[in-house]
Ligand binder design. Structure first.
Ligand code: MV4
Length: 481
């Protein structure tokens, strides 16, 4: 493999290129008209413009990207995350054009992309699943029968969904008809597939996922868990590895089950198996993400493994570079996603120019970044600026590193989620490890936000006064002289 095309943009495109360069592999970037001078475009050995700014006119044009790959004699395509990364048709088209897709087979993507097909595939492997009915539901009568069997509340989910889209909670029988109708119509318009199914609603779960790797020689390993319970509107904001609630026994069991999930769909490459964990530490398989995830760096910190390097090796037909028993968790890592959003205004997108953009540096601090000073944040794409990842020997040390690194970020021109990160990493619920997926809803309340804003303006006022008094003092000394 001499040359790979990265079918993505921003920090993840750069992340993949860094490892490719390290391995002596040439890189090709694709970019849209909005990204002519973007860092990922400049970072690659070659770069090709593939269309207009909107994703569906550029980064989502699978056939066009494959054309470019063929013209430039590319050996493999890395899809990153988002865009075409979990598009089974794209993976198939890449395969059919005799280009290596750095990811799983299109058939595995298709199986795991449909939640009902995924449940069906893992059924034979004796993996804990949320109580429910693993078939598409059409009638409210059928839904009521299932609900009575498993007990309210229930959750109606779209088979083609994932990431929380098209989910409806139902608390009592009288709401079934309405919510079923809504779920089917949402699923139809969002995915072009109205199949929905029913699960018991797990009320305050933690989101814990296991990183797996599978090679073409039949080896499948897991690289422990990441916890991603701090989310808002199904958007992860903080992730960590390891989770503070897993025991070594539970970790081993979930790891083994994640490996079974990977085997159930004949997996290849890097993937993530998502579980919900309830208050009593029961865990349930939810879904499998068939891509490299945003939060993969926390796993890299605690294992010392370069996941992109493993992906590339596996795609070349080589074995995973280590065995399960070689792996040990070392230390603790945290990730904060730095979005161009105003945390204090309901996480509204914050648009503008990065008039100042300085990143923290230091031992145990990693910033995966896709922006630079002077750049505008394009409105066309995901508003994530960078990922701040910190490492410590202990969880507390990683948290302290976070707080220092957040302070050392210097961003002007737009609002970011850095102040929200500070809130999380200082919060007792987070520092004690006693939190769940409702963290944001439970603690980041209007009152709390008001208090933070008031405190900040007080500090700003005091700072201004101090500067003013110092300036006055200097002025007087100058007058005396
Ligand atoms: C659930 C659930 C409770 N019970 N399934 C949200 C995204 C998708 N991957 C699955 N999700 C959930 N499925 C059952 N049976 C709660 C969620 C959920 C959630 C999961 C992980 C992290 C954050 C979440 C926020 C709201 C709901």
């Amino acid at each position: 493999m001499k040359k790979i095309l990265i079918a993505n943009r921003g920090e993840i495109a750069i992340r993949v290129m860094k490892t490719a360069k390290k391995m002596g592999i040439k890189t090709v970037a694709i970019y849209s008209e909005a990204d002519k001078t973007a860092p990922h475009t400049n970072f690659a050995d070659e770069a090709v413009c593939i269309g207009d700014p909107p994703s569906n006119k550029s980064y989502l044009l699978g056939s066009k990207i494959i054309e470019v790959a063929k013209e430039l004699n590319v050996d493999a395509i890395h899809p990153g995350y988002g865009f075409l990364s979990e598009n089974a048709d794209f993976a198939k088209e890449v395969e059919d054009n005799n280009i290596i897709f750095i990811g799983p087979k299109s058939s595995s993507i298709a199986t795991m992309g449909n939640k009902l097909a995924a449940k069906d595939a893992v059924k034979k492997y004796d993996i804990p699943m949320v109580p429910g009915e693993d078939k598409a539901i059409q009638s409210p009568e059928k839904a009521a029968t299932i609900a009575k069997k498993i007990g309210f509340p229930i959750l109606i989910k779209a088979a083609a969904g994932g990431g929380g889209k098209g989910m409806r909670i139902v608390y009592q029988e009288s709401e079934i008809l309405e919510q079923l109708k809504r779920a089917i119509s949402e699923a139809t318009s969002a995915f072009g597939d109205g199949s929905v199914f029913i699960e018991k609603y797990i009320e305050s779960p933690r989101h814990i996922e296991i990183q797996v790797l599978a090679d073409s020689l039949g080896n499948v390993v897991h690289l422990f868990e990441r916890e991603c319970s701090v989310q808002r509107r199904h958007q992860k904001v903080v992730e960590e590895a390891p989770s503070s609630i897993l025991t070594p026994e539970l970790r081993k069991k979930m790891g083994e089950d994640a490996i079974k999930v990977a085997k159930s769909c004949d997996y290849l490459g890097a993937g993530t198996v998502e579980f919900l964990v309830d208050k009593n530490l029961n865990y349930y398989f939810l879904e499998m993400n068939t891509r490299l995830q945003v939060e993969h760096p926390v796993t890299e910190f605690i294992t010392g493994i370069d996941l992109v390097e493993e992906q590339i090796n596996i795609a070349r037909g080589e074995a995973i570079s280590f065995q399960q028993n070689d792996l040990k968790i070392k230390g603790h890592a945290l990730e904060l996603r730095v979005y161009a959003e105003d945390s204090f205004q309901d996480f509204m997108p914050s648009i503008g120019t990065l008039t100042k953009y300085k990143l923290p540096v230091g031992n145990g601090i990693r910033v995966d970044n896709g922006f630079e000073e002077g750049m505008e944040v394009p409105i066309y794409y995901d508003p994530m600026l960078s990922k701040l990842i910190t490492y410590g020997k202990t969880r507390d040390e990683a948290i302290q590193q976070m707080l220092t690194a957040i302070k050392n970020y210097e961003i002007d021109g737009i609002k970011t989620t850095l102040p929200f990160g500070k809130f999380v990493f200082e919060h007792l619920a987070f520092t004690s490890g006693n939190f769940d997926t409702h963290f944001v809803k439970n603690y980041f309340t209007e009152d709390t936000i008001q208090k933070i804003i008031e405190e900040e303006s007080t500090i700003a006022a005091i700072t201004a006064l101090k500067l003013y008094l110092e300036a006055q003092k200097k002025l007087k000394i100058a007058q005396i002289n």
